[in-house]
Ligand binder design. Structure first.
Ligand code: ZN
Length: 162
């Protein structure tokens, strides 16, 4: 059950000189953090201790396009908490089933050059009801690459940090 309701906006601090002040201002401005605080009204579909899911009504790519995000601010996926991330994929599965859609895209961008525009990690579920509705993209052509060095970097990183 969703309890998110719009409340009166909380005053936003003006940009200051210190990093801490700028960070507070950035978090105050974050669109998704504003939803968590109840400052923006959204069509909520699910709310848990870790995650909120809502309908994308402002820039919907298809009927049923929805967005899931961790409650705690994390700019990119690799900075978000494990519990929220694990929960998001399960919710994507359940919502796809609830919609009765078997063809859909799950989109998640990290960083501006990767297409991220809201810098609070989030995951889109975009139903693909037809070829023209939903996410339309031109698939890049891959090429053969020797990935041994990258594979070793990953193995070493996983061994260090898990
Ligand atoms: Zn945020």
């Amino acid at each position: 059950m969703c309890i998110i309701r719009a409340r009166a906006p909380v005053p936003v601090q003006l940009p200051g000189r210190s990093l801490q002040t700028r960070l507070i201002c950035c978090l105050a401005d974050c669109l998704l953090c504003r939803i968590v605080r109840g400052e923006l009204a959204v069509e909520c579909i699910v709310e848990t201790d870790h995650v909120i899911g809502f309908m994308n009504e402002g820039e919907a790519l298809s009927r049923g396009h929805c967005v899931f995000f961790p409650r705690h601010h994390a700019p990119r996926l690799h900075e978000a908490g494990d519990a929220a991330l694990a929960e998001i994929l399960v919710l994507v599965k359940k919502v796809a089933r609830a919609l009765g859609v078997g063809t859909y895209d799950v989109l998640q961008n990290n960083g501006a050059i990767a297409g991220q525009t809201v810098f609070h990690a989030h995951v889109h579920l975009i139903p693909k009801w037809s070829e023209s509705e939903g996410l339309v993209y031109e698939r890049g052509r891959g090429r053969h690459m020797d990935q041994k060095e990258m594979a070793e970097r990953i193995r070493v990183g996983l061994a260090r940090r898990g």
